[in-house]
Design a protein around this ligand. Structure first.
Ligand code: AKB
Length: 320
């Protein structure tokens, strides 16, 4: 029997990860933690500021934690508004956990990296696992530094840290918090509430994305993989679906024909243009059999079904 701690359990990915891990194990084996309180009372929730090394150590010891999923971070768009603070937070939370791993207090760690580790000189189409990496955002720089540090802790202190480079993640339960790919979630909420959306990215900006069930599966599978098969010691490329705002709008119009979109690119456009359009994830496939399941249409239909229920709007999606 093992005990798991999720740090950042109220965030976009943390919310879905918590549900899935509690299905797989039990409620009391999966401790939720966040700096914000949960929406619903949870007897296995602890309030935790992950930048506070003492507080993190206390929770790890008190609940006899074996595995940590470190999901707390300041994302790309928000990080640009407060560079030093974001760098400090993103690096501090990682070091707090790595140090506990080094001491042998934690057996296994998941820490997500991101497509933000790539930059303007990275090949943008089918971006390889190993390539030029020159991120020009605070978030991307912190993720690339984090990748280097996890590899260092593995090599020098035998800490078992696993990581994947998440693309933009699309989900309906919890909103994302301040990323460049957030438009691909906002668009669904606005489509259902108002029937129209103004995209902060230009119509032909193609980015790698993934539907939440695939992202959760990748996360759980990489943690379950046999360590001896993991040849990438930084973070694995993982791919889902790549599309532009215009293509996503078209896919939504299949179900909501009157939906309208226009474009008003802001500072996030430059960030998006420095990132890949699509990702080569053959290493993840080879080492731990990773393969995404959802295509664009399946993702759009599922999102609209769940959100129309959430907003109590009747959409006759099946008829189309
Ligand atoms: C962001 O847009 O900052 C994130 C990411 C790609 O890591 N969704």
């Amino acid at each position: 029997m093992k005990n798991i701690l999720i740090i950042g359990s109220n965030g976009q990915i943390g919310t879905d990860l918590l549900t899935k891990l509690r299905e797989k194990y039990s409620d009391k084996q999966v401790i939720a933690s966040d700096i914000r309180s949960p929406k619903l009372p949870d007897p296995y929730f602890v309030h935790l500021d992950a930048t506070d090394a003492k507080a993190v150590r206390k929770v790890i010891k008190e609940y006899q934690i074996d595995e940590v999923y470190l999901m707390a971070a300041i994302l790309s768009a928000n990080a640009e508004k407060m560079p030093m603070k974001s760098w400090d937070i993103n690096m501090q939370v990682l070091f707090n956990i790595l140090e506990l791993g080094k001491e042998g207090l934690i057996k296994k760690i998941f820490w997500p990296s991101s497509i933000a580790v790539f930059g303007p000189h990275t090949p943008r189409v089918n971006t390889p696992q190993y390539t030029v990496m020159d991120p020009n955002t605070v978030y991307g720089i912190s993720k690339l530094a984090g990748e280097r540090w996890i590899e260092y802790y593995k090599e020098h202190y035998q800490v078992d840290v696993r990581s994947a480079r998440y693309p933009g993640i699309i989900s309906w339960k919890t909103l994302p918090g301040g990323g460049t790919t957030d438009y691909a979630v906002e668009i669904f909420h606005e489509a259902i509430k108002k029937g129209r959306y103004t995209s902060f990215l230009a119509e032909n900006t193609r980015l790698p994305m993934m539907y939440m069930p695939d992202a959760i599966e990748a996360t759980i599978n990489i943690m379950a993989a046999d360590k001896r098969n993991l040849s990438v010691h930084s973070a694995y490329n993982i791919a889902g679906i790549s599309f532009t705002p215009a293509e996503l709008a078209k896919a939504i119009q299949v179900y909501l024909p009157s939906f309208e979109i226009d474009y008003a690119p802001d500072f996030r456009q430059a960030i998006a243009e420095s990132w890949p359009e699509s990702i080569d994830d053959t290493m993840a496939f080879k080492d731990w059999h990773w393969q995404h399941k959802y295509n664009l249409d399946e993702m759009v239909k599922d999102m609209l079904e769940h959100l129309s229920e959430q907003y109590h709007k009747k959409l006759d999606l099946a008829k189309i």
